[in-house]
Design a protein around this ligand. Structure first.
Ligand code: AMP
Ligand code: ZN
Length: 115
């Protein structure tokens, strides 16, 4: 999608602090971290939210995304310390970038419930 920030990051048109990348997905550091380690995992193909992925693509796309995220979790040490995964979808959840992404937060105590 031409006017999407994360599509531009996926295409290398806007720089990002990459932690893991393969042909299907990319994991990079959030520019405004809410925890000592704050990663964003995106599929390279544009979908605004998980529920927009066609059934026939769901397994491969989310499987590829979770694989990339897990490689990045291990590379950044969050697999040892613990982490929280968050997906904001739509206005009421506060989604600000309309390209599906999974936040991974860690490196400090994370309050629950999150509020
Ligand atoms: P959300 O509010 O769930 O849509 O999350 C969007 C996230 O993207 C926020 O945490 C932003 O800090 C982050 N963000 C926005 N622009 C960039 C960028 N250029 N590089 C890295 N992270 C970004
Ligand atoms: Zn996009």
């Amino acid at each position: 999608m031409s006017d999407c920030l994360f599509c531009k990051i996926a295409a290398g048109e806007i720089p990002a602090d990459k932690v893991y990348e393969d042909d299907r997905a990319l994991v990079f550091r959030d520019i405004s971290p809410q925890a000592p380690t704050h990663l964003l995992a995106i599929p390279k193909k544009h979908y605004a939210a998980a529920h927009e992925i066609p059934q026939g693509e769901m397994g491969a796309l989310l499987g590829g995304l979770m694989n990339a995220l897990c490689q990045a979790l291990k590379a950044s040490g969050l697999d040892k310390d613990g982490y929280r995964l968050v997906v904001n979808s739509g206005d009421s959840a506060g989604q600000t970038v309309g390209h599906l992404h999974i936040h991974a937060l860690g490196g400090r105590e994370l309050a629950w419930p999150p509020g």
